[in-house]
Design a binder for this molecule. Structure first.
Ligand code: HEM
Length: 137
């Protein structure tokens, strides 16, 4: 990622933090609209789950300069996701719901550059999680 992309992701994430709960609610509504079969995978309270998701994205966004250090933790997260019933294909659906949520939450600040930068971050996270899920060591 270029420094400019990192900055775009960090500043846009910061504007979402105050509306994190609403953003998480929008995200799950959109996700289940895109694929209702995902709903039963989520066993716990969605408000709590939404907080965990936003926290984890926040950790990654903050650590964009040192993402390499997060690889083991993100791989473990991916391994746990396999046990929740998450498949590789689900990552595309979640990525779509995430970008849609960013568009709703950011409004006109969701420029093509912002979209491209977030797509890069999500792709790095998803690719690392999938690698972790595949490594059945
Ligand atoms: C960048 C991608 C993702 C991130 C950062 C993320 C983050 C998290 C976090 C932090 C948790 C809390 C539990 C734990 O730490 O193991 C969690 C749980 C979960 N995630 Fe994700 N996740 C991602 C992608 C996905 C995808 C693609 C799916 C597919 C539907 C998914 C479905 C779930 C489910 C079903 C749970 C467990 C919920 C429950 O027990 O009720 N996640 N996720």
């Amino acid at each position: 990622m270029t420094p400019a992309e990192k900055k775009l992701v960090q500043t846009t994430f910061a504007t979402l933090v105050p509306i994190a709960e609403e953003a998480a609610a929008l995200f799950y509504a959109r996700l289940f609209e895109m694929d209702p079969s995902l709903k039963p995978l989520f066993k716990s309270d969605l408000t709590e789950q939404g907080k965990k998701l936003m926290t984890m994205i926040g950790v990654a966004v903050k650590g964009l300069d040192t993402l390499d250090e997060l690889v083991p933790a993100v791989k473990n997260l991916g391994r746990r996701h396999a046990t929740y019933g998450v498949t590789d294909a689900h990552y595309d659906t979640v990525g779509g719901a995430l970008l849609w949520t960013l568009e709703k939450g950011l409004g006109s600040a969701f420029t093509p550059d912002v979209k491209a930068a977030w797509t890069t971050v999500y792709t790095v996270l998803a690719t690392t999680m999938k690698a972790g899920a595949d490594a059945r060591a």
